[in-house]
Design a protein around this ligand. Structure first.
Ligand code: PEP
Length: 253
């Protein structure tokens, strides 16, 4: 049994002050939901310390960053290293989000380097993949997902790969209000799992959790997570208000 994992990606929203209010309402409403799913919040870098400080002990909520450098340290203006994140008690790192791929030129090779760096620091990667609408309509869905997974996981041992969370996020569904049908999502997730099996073996494929991302909300989360290969969600818009994120988690688990 794979435990669901539901992560909030705040993107460039919610500063340190606002995060304190969010975390106090969110944790007050969480109750036993954190026993049923791993809950993760990914604030902007500058908000991470405030979010960590506001989380009560044993809240069952982990903090993630939205990105990390593939370098250790040095002359890399504007970058943040894995070791800096470790000092802040960050546990997860989102790597290869489609906005990083398309707006900031992150390639599969860069993403692979970041995944390796995160694993070396004992941070858990949330490794994002997904096709554009053009690629889907052009019949390239499987080719794109296969190369993203194969190149992203290149050189990673089976043991390490088991701890990676994959987020399948069709780019056309991110922030658009257009959610993949549960059937489209399940088909893509099953395909991703089969590629993980090809690359890392069956045992890893069965252990790896694959989140869906793309306009997930309380209305569709239940149906999506009921699919056999959908093990959680990476949530943008619906994670920006404590109540809507709580509603989504309740619907999902
Ligand atoms: C995301 O940013 O990863 C995402 C899925 O956003 P949204 O839920 O807003 O589509």
């Amino acid at each position: 049994m794979r435990k669901p994992i539901i992560a909030a990606n705040w993107k460039m929203n919610i500063g340190p002050k606002e995060a304190e209010d969010f975390i106090s309402s969110f944790t007050a409403g969480l109750g036993s939901l954190s026993d049923q799913a791993d809950i993760v919040i990914a604030p902007p870098f500058v908000t991470i310390p405030a979010a960590v400080a506001a989380l009560p002990a044993n809240s069952g909520v982990s903090v993630s960053s939205q990105n990390v450098s593939e370098q250790d340290n040095g002359a890399f203006t504007g970058e943040i290293s894995t070791m800096m994140l470790k000092e802040l008690f960050v546990r997860y790192v989102i790597i290869g989000h489609s906005e990083r791929r398309t707006l900031y030129g992150e390639t599969n090779a860069i993403i692979n380097a970041k995944i390796k760096k995160a694993i070396a620091a004992n941070l858990k990667p949330i490794f994002c993949i997904g096709e554009t609408l053009e690629e889907r309509d052009g019949g390239k869905l499987e080719e794109v997902l296969r190369s993203q997974i194969t190149e992203g996981l290149e050189g990673i041992s089976a043991d390490d790969a088991k701890g990676i969370v994959i987020a399948y996020e069709p780019v056309w569904a991110i922030g658009t209000g257009r959610v993949a049908t549960s059937e489209q999502a399940q088909d893509a997730h099953a395909f991703c799992r089969s590629v993980v099996a090809d690359v890392c073996g069956d045992e890893v494929a069965q252990a790896v959790r694959i989140q869906y991302g793309g306009s997930m909300k309380a209305d569709n989360a239940g149906e999506l997570l009921a699919q056999p290969d959908i093990d959680g969600g990476l949530v943008g818009g619906a994670s920006l208000q404590a109540q809507s994120f709580l509603d989504l988690i309740s619907a999902a688990v």
